[in-house]
Design a protein around this ligand. Structure first.
Ligand code: PXP
Length: 247
């Protein structure tokens, strides 16, 4: 089987988490992004949360100016943030659900229930020249609904697979594989992310039709011990065997 270059988007939210913990000017999000680029990442992802707990508006603006690789902005489909995205115009926006008290994005979007709101947000972003992705669980109804919004891309939520133990883990992986096949048949680009680390990425590589993995927390955590460039290179190395998954 031919091998594909599976792209790695590095989420650097938690560089900002460290900065915000003390209200300092360091560590620099742009310096971190540059290090990731130099280590061979294919994109930089940040999540501008409504509560601004880590990434700030100015971070997104600075990244937009300095990055050589594409910027992927994760965001809720709320008017304030959609307006901001249309002004800053990152290459890509990934729409995610957001609850203020959650530790991280805990589930995929309810595209079935929130179709009209999402269709409006997708249209506005596409009109601004931004590629749009919807973050969804590997649920066939949600994937079909995502295709109907006009978004060209989905990101499969891998969190349940990553957190599960056997035998549930095998079932979660199978859901991701079937979800990716369905999305591909619907002509959607398929990305995946959430909870991926060096220990669980092997299973992720069995998912077919993947374009990009977005990985953040484990890379930034690993960087404490080996440095950010080495942490990115380790993950890049782990992706090198991707052969298109279990098609
Ligand atoms: N993709 C999406 C849509 C996310 O919300 C997140 C977390 O911000 C990630 C990927 C990265 O997840 P993690 O930090 O667990 O690697």
């Amino acid at each position: 089987m031919a091998s594909f270059r599976l792209k790695l988007g590095v989420n650097i939210d938690h560089v900002a988490t460290l900065r915000q913990a003390r209200g300092t000017s360091y560590p620099s999000v742009t310096e971190a992004a540059r290090a990731c680029e130099e280590a061979g990442c294919d994109g930089i992802t940040v999540h501008l949360r409504e509560d601004r707990r880590h990434i700030q508006d100015e971070d997104v603006q600075s990244l937009r100016r300095m990055l050589r690789v594409p910027l992927n902005l994760e965001m809720a489909a709320v008017p304030e943030i959609v307006r901001f995205a249309c002004r800053v115009r990152p290459e890509e926006c990934c729409l995610v659900p957001e609850r203020r008290r959650e530790l991280t994005t805990e589930g995929g979007l309810d595209v079935v229930g929130w179709g009209a709101v999402l269709v409006r947000a997708v249209r506005r972003l596409l009109e601004a020249g931004i590629r749009v992705s919807l973050f969804v669980d590997p649920d066939p109804d949600q994937i079909r609904a995502a295709a109907e919004t006009g978004a060209p891309c989905i990101e499969l939520h891998t969190g349940r697979y990553c957190d599960a133990r056997e035998p549930a883990r095998g079932r979660e992986l199978e859901r991701l594989i079937q979800g990716a096949k369905l999305a591909h048949a619907l002509k959607l680009q398929v990305n995946a992310g959430h909870g991926i680390n060096l220990a669980n990425v092997g299973g992720i590589l069995e998912i077919p039709h993947l374009d990009t993995l977005n990985i953040g927390h484990s890379i930034v955590a690993r960087a404490i011990f080996v440095g950010l460039k080495a942490a990115v290179r380790e993950m890049r190395h782990a992706l090198r065997t991707y052969a298109g998954g279990r098609v």
